[in-house]
Design a protein. Sequence first.
Length: 247
Amino acid sequence: MDCVRDAARTAPTARTELGARVRGGPPVVTLTIIGLCVVSWVLQLVTGGDWTRLFAFAPVVGDQDPYRFLTAAFLHATSPVHILFNMYALWITGPFLEQMLGRWRFAALYLLSALGGSVGYLVLAGGPLSDAWYQPVVGASGAVFGLFGAILLVLRRTGRNAMQIVVLIGINFAIGFFFPGIAWQAHLGGLVVGALLGLAYAYAPRDRRTLVSVGATVVVGVGLVVVSWLTYQVAYQGVGLAAGLPG
């Protein structure tokens, strides 16, 4: 028995094509995200909207409550269609990416894509003189679009057919322009962040994979913070200049 245990300890760890440890069992991170979204949605219903008002993101409150940049991704419209669509999209992309990238890179991808969705909405909202600046947004769509962007790069890197995901991205992105109440800006922000991280995670040289992955994660995270700060500075400076103009 000791020999068997020693052999198991010294056996090489099975790895995916992108360097993640091959794990059996359920996709823990994906299921955790789905669980958090479902619990949050139930709380939205039972609190009569108080939970939503506390954690939804709008540019007007984002600089005072920066946690909203992330928490909005765990909220959804009260209609079950919104959460069902996003959770289905998460389920068809999440387990594959979690297996290929590993848990920490997949978690980073999802969370930073969620932040990217809020930052994208902030940047493209049009400033304090626009209605969008005061319009709350909720939903995991930005994060889901980040997964779309990343899986496209992962599929191409591993030699798999990526045409279906390209079509899926195109259809879902177009929906944001033709149906009211959908924040296409968040879709774009999440997609850009997911594609950047997917590029780094999928194409990092094998001998520097950890360094590149960690570095890209930090750079993208810091970049989102800097872009948000600059957007607020420019937006409120512009309002001040406009207020000072003669009528």
